[in-house]
Design a protein around this ligand. Structure first.
Ligand SMILES: Cc1cc2nc3c(=O)[nH]c(=O)nc-3n(C[C@H](O)[C@H](O)[C@H](O)COP(=O)(O)O)c2cc1C
Length: 324
């Protein structure tokens, strides 16, 4: 399938794997890119720029297709060495960067100078327009359904994507809640040029996470995620578990007085315990409502090939019957 996104990134299918902490290792990105999508390594999962350089090199040993790197600009705390990470990306000749968190404005000159295409992930039309204005090549529009940080506006993709289509000139993908061919075609119908998937790609054979995580996604329904950290204005959609219950209890009892330190044990440094060790109650971890649509653990190629085949059938058979 050809869209503005496949053309921009030189990929076969308009399907991107968004950066995911402790999931977006070389194996994940290579598997998605080898399947014709765009695989993305998560920059900050690598402790230092030199580790990111090694991870990119490892990925390049596994694929000769385009890959990207996610740079998440975290709210507050001490800033990671972003210039150092960008140097590593440039030195390893990666030509696509997915930015997220805050506006990448400060880093656009160095990214653009290196000929890097920037896709900024954001959760509102106003942030998408800002991204367009500062020279981003594309936007990943993340709706309220998404795993991770949906922002504070709570606009689902049924509204957010056509609103983005009304306003944006640059290409954009629909992100959040995406997991199958029907949703890919719907996203295209709503004006997007493709989709970005996070949660769905965790339940694949190649995802380098503990089997317990994949089993949890297959077992979960669309009712099993919830929002945490809303009182801190750092809302995150996570899979419900014991740790999340404790966070919600604290949010209830402390109300507006809650500070990040009050829930630190449940959110800081928990990803290796969950993703690597498979300790499913070790803390809160991002997970989208699309869990309700995940019923199997295919390879990335099986997943993407099946999606593209069904998308073709939907467009050419199911939808064409409605044409006057
Ligand atoms: C486990 C997990 C970790 C994530 N970590 C990051 C991250 O570090 N940086 C980022 O920009 N997005 C992160 N995301 C968001 C994804 O890139 C993507 O935008 C989101 O998952 C899309 O929604 P979906 O899960 O419904 O597909 C994460 C998502 C998940 C599920």
């Amino acid at each position: 399938m050809k869209t503005r996104i496949t053309e921009l990134f030189g990929i076969e299918h308009p399907v991107i794997q968004g950066g995911m902490h402790y999931v977006g290792f070389a194996e994940m990105a290579a598997a998605v890119s080898n399947a014709g999508g765009l695989g993305i390594i998560t920059g900050l999962t690598q402790r230092a720029p030199k580790d990111l350089a090694n991870e990119i090199a490892r990925c390049k040993d596994m694929t000769d297709k385009p890959i990207g790197v996610n740079l998440t600009f975290l709210p507050g705390f001490a800033d990671p060495d972003y210039p150092g990470y960008i140097e590593a990306i440039v030195a390893q000749d990666v030509k696509i960067v997915e930015t997220a968190g805050r506006s990448p404005e400060q880093y656009m000159p160095s990214l653009k100078e290196a000929g890097i295409k920037v896709i900024h992930k954001c959760t509102s039309v106003r942030h998408s327009l800002k991204a367009e204005k500062i020279g981003c090549d594309a936007v990943s529009v993340d709706g309220f359904e998404c795993g991770g940080h949906p922002g504070e506006d709570d606009i689902p993709n049924m509204i957010l994507l056509p609103r983005a289509a009304e306003e944006l000139s640059i290409p954009f993908v629909g992100s959040g809640g995406m997991g199958n061919a029907k949703q890919l075609v719907a996203a295209l119908a709503l004006g997007a040029d493709g989709i970005n998937m996070g949660t769905r790609f965790i339940a694949t054979k190649e995802a380098p996470v503990h089997q317990n995580v994949k089993d949890a996604l297959v077992a979960a329904s669309e009712l099993d995620t919830t929002l945490i950290m809303r009182p801190l204005r750092n809302t995150e959609r996570v899979l419900k578990n014991e740790s999340v219950d404790r966070i919600l209890e604290k949010e209830k009892s402390l109300g507006d007085d809650i500070k990040i330190n009050d829930i630190m044990d449940e959110v800081a440094g928990v990803y290796p315990k969950i993703m690597t060790d498979g300790d499913m109650d070790a803390g809160a971890w991002s997970c989208g409502m699309v869990a309700g649509l995940i019923h199997d653990v295919p390879s990335c190629k099986e997943l993407i090939d099946a999606m593209m085949k069904e998308a073709d059938e939907i467009i050419n058979s199911r939808l064409s019957q409605f044409a006057a």
